[in-house]
Design a protein around this ligand. Structure first.
Ligand code: PLP
Ligand code: TYF
Length: 397
């Protein structure tokens, strides 16, 4: 049966993480996968998560099946985080949320819902984007095209071409957008650009899916959701995939949610029934544990405040590393000015390194980054930054 089956390619990001693990060099640095690391190079267990774990352990609840749509408290908190507590969307009940297997699972639910139920088969993603956007939509039966996003020469968003490409899409096409902290470029739209984009989306009758995997990693929880709130205010129907992987440092617990914003409560209830159908046919119902942790933290005002502080600390450490990297590159004598890293948003930076330079970083220095030139700033710390800056400088010469 499987004699002729070809091997599938490795995930270009997670595969690099595996190579890093296998590298015996003590000085190695992991700048590949988009995971927040502490100053000590470790994935943190947030204090609030530890506290929630203790409470859950003491509560000793049985592990029965949960609802298909997941933990109802989590679904509610997701809407509050996305739209703000006092949002019209929440008051009118015109959105529904289903807990998902991370942000990835939310994107898959969205793709399935729009394809299976509404018959959509065209999607557009940014060039470049997080690779899974393309693979998820392709595997769900879509033809995937790309709108230009990045101007390599200028190191900025190629907004004129982008708008032209979006305008040229067939009506009804699903347009995947990064709500904040664009992966991989680290370049987000300005408020003006979001408004222009929204106008074109409405005018062309496109279906936006806003992917927010890094809420709280750029400016703050509310600020980072501003694009979503702008779309909500416009009164259009759209979808949002959200993730707690990064914001709670709960990567392996697979906790996120799909939110579908519709025109009214009746429509939202019907959409919800269909999303549940997609979930049921995929995995029956989502895991309980990560959801219970998130619900415990967000449901306790003291823990919630502490979570916001811990999230701010992660965000601020990344900002500090951006500043330090720019300085260290100058000190190391980099032929290229690296101050652009201080202007990018979120966890990633597009360095402009070629695949050959990325390969040299790995081979000669044990510094692991993604072949497209993306680095995860959160892998930098006070101990490795000079080493990294020297290596970044050396491979440019
Ligand atoms: N969307 C983007 C842009 C991402 O970078 C990620 C990263 O992990 C995800 C979605 C999915 O996150 P999760 O690990 O929660 O599935
Ligand atoms: O882009 C990243 O590094 C994160 C983590 O298939 C990730 O989004 C990478 C690849 C993948 C799943 C998650």
């Amino acid at each position: 049966l499987f004699e002729k089956i070809p091997a599938a390619p490795e995930d270009p990001i997670l595969g690099v993480g595996q190579q890093f693990k296998a590298d015996p060099r003590a000085e190695k640095v992991n700048l590949s996968v988009g995971v927040y690391q502490t100053e000590e190079g470790k994935i943190p267990v947030l204090n609030v998560v530890r506290e929630a774990e203790t409470r859950l352990y003491k509560a000793n609840k049985p592990h029965g099946y949960g609802p298909i749509s997941g933990n109802p408290d989590v679904d509610h908190y997701i809407q509050e985080l996305l739209f703000g507590k006092d949002s019209e969307v929440i008051a009118s009940k015109r959105a529904c949320t289903v807990q998902s297997l991370g942000g990835t699972g939310a994107i898959k639910l969205a793709a399935d819902l729009l394809h299976v139920v509404l018959g959509k088969n065209k999607a557009a993603t940014s060039a470049p984007t997080w690779g899974n956007h393309n693979t998820i939509f392709k595997q769900a039966g879509y033809e995937v095209s790309h709108y230009r996003y990045y101007n390599k020469e200028a190191g900025t968003i190629d907004f004129d071409h982008l708008i032209g490409d979006i305008r040229a899409l067939e009506a009804g096409t699903v347009v995947v957008l990064h709500a904040c902290c664009h992966n991989p470029t680290g370049l987000d739209f300005s408020e003006e650009q979001w408004k222009t984009l929204l106008d074109v989306i409405v005018e062309r009758g496109l279906t936006p899916l806003l992917d927010i995997a890094y809420q709280g990693f750029d400016k703050g929880l509310d600020e980072d959701a501003s694009s979503i709130r702008l779309f909500a205010k416009a009164g259009i129907s759209f979808l949002v995939s959200s993730s707690f992987s990064k914001s709670f440092s709960l990567y392996g617990e697979r906790i996120g949610g799909l939110t579908v914003v519709t025109q009214n409560a009746d429509e939202a209830a019907r959409v919800l029934s269909q999303v549940k159908q997609m979930a049921r046919a995929n995995y029956s119902n989502p895991p309980l544990y990560g959801a219970a942790l998130v619900a415990t933290v967000l449901g306790d005002p003291k823990l919630r405040a502490e979570w916001e502080q811990e999230l701010a600390a992660m965000r601020n450490r990344i900002r500090e590393m951006r500043e330090l990297l720019a300085e260290a590159m100058k000190k190391a004598g980099s032929p290229r000015d690296f101050s652009f890293v201080t202007k990018q948003d979120g966890m990633f930076s597009f360095t402009g390194f070629t695949p050959e330079q990325i390969e040299r970083l790995k081979k000669d220095y044990g510094i692991y980054a993604v072949a497209n030139g993306r680095i995860c700033i959160a892998g930098l710390n006070h101990k490795n930054i000079e080493y990294v800056a020297k290596a970044f400088t050396a491979v440019q010469k």
